[in-house]
Ligand binder design. Structure first.
Ligand SMILES: *Cc1c(COP(=O)(O)O)cnc(C)c1O
Length: 482
């Protein structure tokens, strides 16, 4: 539904659903929050969820299910081979994407594993608009190289460009002319570009990018994990698309690609994943890996209950009222933060609000992980758990050099249909308090640094005594007796 106009003149998002099951939350006193983050090695991934008030870590596997999804889970057909549940999921995917073949996988990165194992040879390139952590890890593990060809607007922190996720088509043409089409394993296009703030691509850009691929006989692969938000933005902001329905936009995008893979922890409000494939020979090439790493071809490591939920969730994704709650809440959060002068990525994307730690904490150098420090400080000040998306989330190069990230972000994901507006307003209030005391926040250093995907379980400590000062100031000013 288009935005409702309020008589009061306020601009507020309005949920087109009601809450019928609740989960009680726990807001620890600040001293306890301080203990919890210290025990977690100043890594929000290592916090216990029972110590978290609002979990804005991710939108992965934590979106609220609908009554229809829960109901469908009760009729799941538990068979190792040939379950009716698989057939329902398969038929739904064919209906929305129009591709004949499907390989199930237990989540998005498992689909990436199968894809890169089948298609990436050592020395080949995988150009993409922007990398995602697990996508890059799987390509490099197979000896391939990721090249990011995002349009310059994508890396501008503040912008009015609605389609910051767009692929730089001219750069792709130059790359093909330079390396030759044979050196390119496939081109990966990521809808709703995750690591630059959930920024969408336009339908026109999906078309132009994949036309170049097809002209040179290069496989075009869509990572559709964050497609739902991208569909909303095309429908509401791309000239010429306002009269297309969500299923029509979905089909128009799908028609551009040879392969579509997704994490159903995001797309479909469930837990699972898979790969849709147009061409039979490609399907046969990849098929053997599914029983080897995931499970038989009719479940691929997913529970049948989740498969039923995903089938209904995919159907709900085709309903604008079901997919606009996330982007509209995020827009509210971003515009309220922006109005207070707090540095935040604009325009608001899907997925969540993204604080710009480089401008929030200009006194902290990148090797001291400003985004990691801000995520820790925010947890201490609020019990809100966000995720570092900056230098900490990068991997050291083969020679041990630490690449500095293009952006230092703290992502505050808004899992779909989960939070209320007052909870979002609480988070905004605490971020505003932190911003007014930003000078108190200092950096972090590693105590324990794993080699691969270090952000997941690395442990850090604060540099200096800034945490003590922050806690003391909070006690003074906001008390919060619990
Ligand atoms: C989450 C995500 C993945 C990985 O999916 P998982 O289900 O978490 O393994 C891949 N690509 C994008 C764009 C994602 O957001």
């Amino acid at each position: 539904m288009a935005k409702v106009t309020f008589f009061s003149g306020q601009q507020l998002p309005l949920e087109m659903h009601k809450v019928r099951i609740i989960q009680k939350l726990n807001l620890l006193p600040i001293e306890e929050r301080r203990r919890a983050i210290s025990e977690a090695g100043y890594n929000t991934f290592l916090l216990n969820n029972s110590d978290v008030f609002l979990d804005m870590l991710t939108d992965s596997g934590v979106n609220a299910m609908s009554d229809q999804q829960q109901a469908a889970m009760l009729i799941a057909d538990d068979a190792y081979a040939g379950s009716a549940t698989y057939t329902r999921l398969y038929n739904k995917l064919v209906e929305i994407f129009g591709m004949t073949y499907f390989l199930p996988a237990h989540q998005g990165r498992a689909a990436e594993h199968i894809l890169s194992r089948s298609l990436v040879k050592p020395g080949t390139y995988v150009p993409m608009n922007y990398h995602f952590t697990t996508s890059k890890a799987h390509v490099t593990a197979m000896g391939g190289e990721v090249l990011e060809l995002i349009t310059p607007a994508g890396l501008e922190v503040t912008s009015t460009n609605r389609f910051k996720g767009n692929f730089d088509v001219a750069a792709l043409e130059r790359l093909i002319a330079d390396k030759g089409a044979d050196a390119i394993a496939y081109v990966r296009v990521e809808a709703g570009t995750n690591l630059i703030g959930g920024q969408p691509l336009s339908l026109a850009n999906f078309r132009q990018t994949t036309e170049v691929c097809h002209k040179h006989g290069i496989l075009a692969v869509l990572d559709a994990s964050l497609l739902a938000d991208n569909l909303h933005f095309i429908k509401t902001a791309e000239p010429g698309c306002e009269d297309l329905s969500i299923p029509e936009i979905t089909k128009a995008i799908a028609d551009c690609f040879d392969i579509i893979y997704f994490s159903a922890r995001k797309l479909g409000f469930g837990r699972g994943g898979g790969i849709c494939i147009r061409d039979e020979s490609l399907y046969r090439q990849m098929r053997g890996l599914v029983p080897m790493f995931e499970g038989f071809l009719t479940y691929g490591g997913m529970s049948v209950r989740e498969m039923e939920a995903i089938t209904v969730g995919l159907d709900e994704t085709m309903d604008e009222d079901m997919i606009n709650q996330g982007p509209q809440f995020i827009e509210h959060m971003v515009s309220e933060l922006d109005a207070r002068g707090i540095p935040v990525i604009t325009p608001a994307g899907g997925l969540g609000a993204h604080l710009d730690a480089k401008r929030f904490l200009p006194h902290i150098p990148q090797p001291h992980y400003p985004a990691g420090a801000l995520a820790s400080a925010l947890y201490i000040a609020s019990g809100v758990r966000g995720m570092e998306r900056g230098t900490l989330s990068e991997q050291r190069d083969a020679d041990g050099v630490e690449p500095l990230a293009n952006m230092e972000l703290v992502r505050l994901a808004l899992p779909r249909r989960v939070f209320t507006l007052s909870q979002v307003n609480y988070a905004i209030d605490r971020i505003a308090w932190l911003f007014s005391h930003r000078d108190l926040i200092g950096g972090l250093q590693f105590v324990e640094e794993p080699e691969i995907l270090r952000f997941f379980y690395g442990r850090l400590e604060p540099i200096g005594d800034w945490v003590d000062q922050l806690v003391a100031r909070f006690r003074d000013e906001l008390g919060e007796s619990l």
